[in-house]
Ligand binder design. Structure first.
Ligand code: F3S
Length: 426
């Protein structure tokens, strides 16, 4: 790999042992990927604070520096961790104390995470604590090279924002924060960003649910390739595109998509394909739409629902406001739980707007930091859950062994009030 003089000095220890370890990791990682060089980044979104038994053990042995060295730098030496060199944020992690007592999630994990937040904040890590950093101030610009983790955030950054990132991991982001470097390969390179597949929506895509279902279909068909989508859809908003992207990265491994006329790197269909040949479209009509709906509802049997989960990816303020509005003057059915997951910063706004109060008064909860899939925890005794998220409907039955219903936000709120699933494909 070609290194600049600055990178050679960092590798050789001019900026301290932790930076040298980080450079060593990035060089090994880049060479394994066939990258010819590193690229500068000033935007890293990773995970340092997520609690785990292995991390707890490392902290007992040598404090947070030891945990960072081993887990985020792949280094066994006793080293000090300096302040991050470039802006770095913590993505979603485990539940925080707002979920204490609501699940079987361990108080020790919450304590460990709080301790980690203090340690990493002092080193310049912004604790955004969300899978949607782009909703709370981390908004890279088009063409910016960033180093992000979390599949739903990565596909949003590449596709909707036009930033450039691969789906990084805890180690590469740990090293990127300390160096401001990441291997230049994959989605960082223009030629690797052009569309490879064309998907045509014949069925109308005009709601949050429809965007999620279409995304699930797209991911299933293209897997890790790069789709361009055309057809019958209304102008999407932020929530639609975060649902669409998350769904493509759930049934498949999509990291970038293009919507001609809407996403920044596709002013035209021709531009989406980089001027290359445009393939025959894969079509999404009523039969395909029905297939997606039935697939996402395949784990639902009993119509008696005891848990409703909204906010995956973490809810926008508008989504929280809509839940609050639908619950105005209503009360959750006894024995039914409703959780709305949102970033901490948006919960503060929801508090100030009275949305949290309206949801809480009805018996629901507005929670932050994590989600049931991430923390592998739901209200005790949950047997049947309902959600408006294709991603959560896909993962949670397998993670927690519970039944799942997938529908609209309105159908989910109805289930919270009645305790019954009455959803149907419109
Ligand atoms: Fe976020 Fe959890 Fe969904 S981390 S994308 S709310 S699975």
């Amino acid at each position: 790999m070609q290194l600049t003089d600055e990178e050679i000095r960092m590798r050789d220890g001019a900026d301290g042992a932790a930076v040298a370890a980080a450079m060593d990791l990035l060089i090994r990682y880049g060479e394994a990927l066939g990258a010819e060089r590193l690229v500068d980044t000033r935007n890293v979104a990773g995970t340092m604070t997520q609690p785990s038994p292995a991390k707890a053990q490392l902290v007992r042995e040598g404090g947070w520096a030891k945990a960072y060295a081993v887990i985020n730098l792949d280094c066994d030496d006793d080293i000090e961790i300096p302040r991050m060199k470039v802006p770095t944020c913590q993505l979603q992690h485990g539940f925080s104390d707002d979920a204490e007592g609501l699940t079987a999630y361990s108080p020790q994990s919450i304590e460990l995470q709080t301790d980690a937040e203090n340690y990493y904040s002092e080193r310049g890590v912004n604790i955004l604590a969300t899978c949607t950093p782009y909703q709370v101030g981390n908004l890279p610009v088009r063409g910016e090279h960033v180093a992000w983790m979390e599949s739903s955030a990565v596909v949003y950054a590449n596709s909707v924002l036009g930033a450039r990132t691969n789906c990084e991991g805890g180690a590469s982001t740990g090293a990127a924060g300390l160096t401001g470097k990441i291997p230049y390969w994959g989605n960082h390179i223009t030629e690797n960003r052009y569309a490879t597949h064309l998907l045509q929506a014949d069925a109308r895509i005009d709601t949050f649910q429809e965007w999620g279902m279409f995304g699930y279909f797209v991911g299933e068909h293209v897997q890790e390739a790069r789709p361009a989508i055309v057809g019958s859809f209304a102008q999407p908003d932020l929530a639609d595109l975060k649902h669409f992207g998350a769904a493509t990265a759930t049934s498949g491994g999509v990291e970038i998509f293009h919507i001609p006329g809407i996403t920044p790197e596709a002013p035209t269909l021709e531009a989406a394909f980089g001027g290359g040949a445009i393939p025959e479209p894969i079509r999404y009509g009523e039969a395909e739409r029905r297939w997606v709906y039935d697939t996402l509802n395949a784990q639902g049997e009993s119509d008696e629902v005891d848990f409703i989960l909204l906010g995956c990816p973490h809810a926008s303020l508008d989504q929280v406001a809509l839940v609050a509005h639908l619950l105005e003057g209503k009360r959750l059915k006894e024995g039914t739980e409703l959780w709305v997951m949102t970033p901490r910063a948006l919960r503060t706004m929801a508090d100030r707007n009275g949305y949290t109060r309206a949801i809480t008064r009805a018996g629901g909860k507005v929670l932050t930091d994590s989600c049931p899939a991430m923390s592998r925890a739901a209200p005790p005794g949950t047997k049947v859950f309902a959600t408006d998220s294709a991603k959560q409907a896909h993962y949670l039955p397998a993670i927690l062994g519970i039944e799942a219903w997938f529908g609209t936000l309105e159908e989910c709120v109805d289930a919270a009030i009645t305790g019954r699933w009455r959803g149907a494909l419109a």
